[in-house]
Design a protein around this ligand. Structure first.
Ligand code: HMG
Ligand code: MG
Length: 295
């Protein structure tokens, strides 16, 4: 069976904009976030407190948070890699963060400048302190299906990293297919390796056109939280070949077609993506945006 309702965890302002070649002005980002809330999103990953030299596109995190008008009932999590990032997030009134680990050695080095083992020395104090401050803490694991340097990622290796993050007290673990190589059978096997869907979310990039099929496999396995980016923008600057996230519009088209509720207004999302495409100077890669903006 399928869930009656799915929570779409929107990552466009963070995962989407972190990988755009142009630096988007802070007012445009604030309007993007406001439009997403108006379209019915209840959780919008807004920005990152990573090292500004590592991701210059999000170096304006503090200014953006000051510019975003919080809508009651909407959560605005931000990415935080380390204690310096947490300090900055706390200074700016953040109430929810996400830490992000790697399932592979090479990506831990490239994305975090750490080893697979030593990345936890960075996260443990962050999660501990964040929980003491009453924050909600989400965790990601990247390269859950494969890694551009190491090939397919062993399921047991992902489960070990993910389990450690859940054991730290993260309320949810998002399984990242950073380079979009996963296929539906692999999704089922991974969820099984965690002993079921409890506290799991999925985060698919659509590089190989598998994101919707993989999402459906995850839903059938009992997952009810799906990450997506409005317009299908996104990618990781530290992963060769990473392209856009699953587009929120493509996801919503499928879910509404299946009779699964999302609370999202598809028309408003498409309008937002068309508007943003104008600001980014390139069309949205989402098939649903393309189809509906011609209609
Ligand atoms: P490092 O160079 O090892 O940092 O980078 P460090 O701890 O050695 O510190 C060096 C200096 O940086 C220090 O300054 C720190 O204060 C400063 P100094 O004392 O030399 O003057 N510093 C900071 N400044 C501001 N904010 C901070 C911060 N941290 C240190 N937070 C670090 C380690 C983790 C910081 C770096 O590797 C980094 O920022 N990485 C982030 C990369 C990133 O954002 N990648 C994209 C997001 S992940 C993703 O997209 C995948 C996902 O979507 C899921 C999926 O698709 O799979 C989530
Ligand atoms: Mg991602």
């Amino acid at each position: 069976g399928l869930p009656e309702r799915v929570t779409v965890y929107e990552v466009g302002p963070r995962d989407g904009l972190q990988n755009e070649p142009v630096v988007v002005p802070v007012e445009v980002k604030a309007e993007f976030v406001a439009r997403l809330a108006a379209a019915g999103h209840t959780v919008i990953e807004t920005t990152s407190f990573v090292h500004p030299k590592w991701v210059p596109q999000l170096a304006d995190a503090a200014e953006l948070l000051a510019a975003v008008e919080r809508v009651p009932g909407v959560r605005y999590p931000v990415l935080v890699p380390n204690e310096r990032g947490l300090e900055r997030a706390l200074e700016h009134g953040v109430t929810e963060i996400a830490v992000f680990a790697s399932a592979t050695e090479t990506f831990a080095a490239r994305n975090l400048n750490r080893t697979l083992a030593s990345q936890f020395e960075m996260f443990e104090p962050v999660v501990g302190r964040a929980l003491e401050h009453g924050l909600r803490v989400r965790a990601y694991v990247s390269m859950c299906f494969g890694d551009p340097w190491e090939g397919p990622t062993p399921v047991a290796q992902v489960a070990e990293v993910g389990r450690r993050l859940l054991d730290l007290g993260c309320y949810e673990l998002s399984l990242g297919d950073t380079i979009g190589v996963g296929t539906p059978g692999h999704v089922g096997a991974l969820i099984e390796a965690f002993g079921g869907p409890e506290r799991l979310a999925v985060h698919f990039h659509d590089t190989y056109g598998q994101a919707l099929a993989n999402t459906l496999a995850a839903l059938r396995a009992g997952v009810t939280v799906v990450d997506a980016s409005t317009g299908g923008i996104g990618g990781c600057p530290y992963a060769e070949s990473a392209t856009g996230n699953l587009a929120t519009e493509d996801l919503v088209w499928m879910l509404h077609g299946l009779g699964v509720e999302t609370g999202l207004d598809l028309g408003a999302l498409v309008e937002t993506s068309t508007w943003l495409a104008g600001r980014l100077g390139r069309p949205s890669p989402s098939r649903v945006v393309q189809a509906l903006s011609k209609a």
